[in-house]
Design a binder for this molecule. Sequence first.
Ligand SMILES: [Zn+2]
Length: 460
Amino acid sequence: MARATDTQPVKLPTLGLDAQEMCQALLRIDTTNPPGNERPAAEYVAGRLREVGYQPTILEPAPQRANVVCRYRGSGEAEPLLLATHLDVVEAHEQFWNYPPFSGIIAEDCLWGRGAIDMKNMVAMSAAVMRRLASERVELCRDVIFAAVADEEAGCDHGSRYLVEEHPELVRAEYALGEAGGFSLHLAGSPFYPIQVAEKGICWIRATVRGEPGHGSIPRSDSALVTLARAAAKLGRAQFPVHETRQVKDFLHQVAARQPAFAQPLLRVLSHPMLLPRMLKLLPDQAVRRSFSAILSNTASPTVFRAGSKINVIPELAELHIDGRILPGQSEESFLAELRHIIGSDLDIEVMKSLPPVVTEPIESPLLDTIRRQIAQREPQATVVPHLIPGFTDAKYFTKLGARWYGFSPVKIELGSGIRFTDMFHGHNERIPIAGLHWGAELLYDVVTEFCAQNPDRDG
Ligand SMILES: [Zn+2]
């Protein structure tokens, strides 16, 4: 864990190149979860950290499900900063990709591969930051903890949850930088950098219907399968009630403020969230419409449907999995009441997993100030906007130890590059612009060193 002091300073390539090389190597290791198999990736990262004198800890709660943790020692005048990253990725279907998803190929000025954005780029950038800190022996007031974990994409049990519950002393921090944010987003031509300060909760549900079985030759409209299908169709059409959240209100205000004068009257409507669903219908871009809708209300997506096994038998049991997401300020109970109102009372509902929303409070902090200052130095016309994400991240567990979480895994994406950042998450042809990766590594290093060199007592 400790920073070794008995090694000679190591000559490293530029931060950008160091991150690029590690990112490419990681993209070539298939850590599709399930099953995960993060061990080789954890060993690779640990090896690169050992080169500069660290003694990283590998923790493996289940075979091949490895996490790697490492610490750069500051003076201890302030509490640690955690760089939170994950090693696993979601599956990739090669037939839809322009280049094989585990090739780590460089083409069209990008590094391609599953995990290039979510989030082996951040593993590599954070590791590059750690290597630079060690090789330059930078003096800091806080420890910097690096954690590259398993299992984020399947619920965190073998990763952040395990570390927080079994080894809290290794990862306890006052602040954390991780998913999701720090990427360029262009809205009506203006550049923004969203920083996650809140994420929705989850409520995963198994809904079942029992009905009379029967012969397929004599249809029944009340069969378990038909009843369940009706409920799924209702969910597909439904709009959950809109709830105002501070995060969305602030986000919309800040985005609106940067739009041209002629658009202002229209944008003022944005301060009335209740009108938003109607306004959203006017948006031509379906993907943008869906993303916005997801942060205005609780949501529920039918995702798994199981019923029947034989073509001429009407099944007596049908099962539907519903991926429920809960806004900050809402609860499991309020969400379930809304869900019941939509799907009716024919279904038995069982909560399989439930985790509350995560909110960083207060939003403002010296760390966010540092991020703003560093981005302004590079791109004065850009606006940093705190935002709420509809998905979930390792923040769910790391914040249980008190960390204030900021989604900041910086990537610069040029307007006109043809890459829309949000499409890269779990999408086909995931890739990262090489220049954007180098930019991100430098920015992350400058944020970490500037922030961690501040002594909160001395510097106010
Ligand atoms: Zn991720």
